[in-house]
Design a protein around this ligand. Structure first.
Ligand SMILES: [Zn+2]
Ligand SMILES: [Zn+2]
Length: 342
């Protein structure tokens, strides 16, 4: 079987690798769809991000779906042929954080396609994947591509939880890539009354409107958010999805007192307007990965309560994986690019 392996920046190879057998509690999955994520692109374009660097070849990918091809011993809730969304979240289940109900903070997390630990955690972009049955959520009724969107959608559902009460709130989303646009869908589903989306790209703002943003602001106009900053600010919640300091600063000015900042974008460390955060009594909350939200993401899509389809802009066959990574790297072309494995 073939896998998509990153060696160093821009050295991505389609390589033959060994097929594993599912052990007790595991299933073999014939991969169907894999979405290319920002972190995959960092490994592809730069060999890592921040202090995280590739030190050995690594299979990329963590946004995947597929069909169950074989059942390990003791697996009774899945059947051969089932379409499943596969959660890349693999906490140990035994450390302090797992036992406290914070599995996304697991000490021994084995999240697919991550060069944070060494040896690296190999990813899921392979024709056959052996996973625990407990990672698999049945996704009947969805396309393989939609099922593979469960992962980034989960990130934004987790962020929505971190934001707290959403009903009737006025929300600002800065950065309208896949995570920003999915945040719009998540915030709306949670009851946000008004959602304003901001980005530098008119094209990205078009996607934001397509998934339900009430208004959009192009931040290439530096004063774009100024009208929202009058009278101590307009918004109750900021989803900061760009990781860019100017967006965060402009967003903070537009938050009203006691507003909540949920930081999702990872762009490295940045200077904060601490005077405004203090004087307006703002809450600054990080949001990282997800766990139990994954099954919720699948359910919301199955019920037609969240529609991610407008965000899937490109689907390329496995043999064109390299081209898919190039397209995904071009924000002028791609929103979410996926690879069709079968
Ligand atoms: Zn991702
Ligand atoms: Zn753990």
């Amino acid at each position: 079987m073939k896998a998509i392996v990153i060696h160093t920046a821009k050295d991505l190879r389609l390589e033959e690798c060994a097929v594993e057998k599912p052990g007790p509690g595991e299933v073999e999955i014939r991969l169907a769809a894999g979405g290319i994520c920002g972190s995959d692109l960092h490994y592809y374009n730069h060999g890592g991000f921040g202090t995280v660097r590739l030190k050995e070849p690594m299979i990329l990918g963590h946004e995947v779906s597929g069909h169950v091809a074989a059942l390990g011993e003791g697996v009774s809730d899945l059947a051969i042929g089932d379409l499943v969304a596969v959660s890349p979240s693999r906490p140990c289940g035994a450390c302090d954080y797992c036992l406290k109900g914070l599995p996304n903070h697991c000490f021994h997390m084995r999240f697919y396609g991550s060069a944070m630990p060494f040896p690296h955690i190999q990813g899921a972009f392979r024709e056959r994947l052996v996973a625990k049955a407990s990672q698999c959520v049945k996704a009947e009724g969805l396309s393989a591509g939609e099922a593979a969107m469960a992962e980034p959608l989960s990130v934004t559902l987790h962020a929505t939880r971190r934001a707290g009460e959403m009903l009737g709130k006025r929300v600002l989303v800065t950065g309208c890539g896949p995570i920003g646009t999915l945040s719009i869908l998540a915030a709306r589903r949670a009851g946000a009354a008004e959602i304003v989306a901001a980005d530098l790209s008119e094209r990205a703002l078009g996607f934001a409107r397509a998934v339900g943003a009430d208004r959009t602001v192009n931040l290439s106009d530096r004063d774009g958010l100024v009208p929202f900053s009058e009278n101590k600010g307009t918004f109750d919640v900021l989803y900061e999805c760009s990781g860019a300091q100017p967006a965060l600063v402009a967003g903070i000015q537009a938050l009203r007192p006691r507003g909540v900042i949920v930081q999702l974008g990872l762009g490295g460390d940045m200077a904060l307007p601490m005077m405004a955060i203090t004087a307006k009594e703002l809450d600054l909350r990080g949001s990282f990965r997800f766990h139990e939200e994954f099954a919720t993401a699948v359910k919301l899509m199955q019920g037609g309560l969240i529609d991610v389809k407008p965000l899937i802009t490109h689907t390329l066959p496995l043999c064109e994986a390299l081209k898919a990574f190039e397209i995904a790297s071009d924000k002028g072309q791609s929103m979410k690019t996926q690879i069709a494995f079968a």
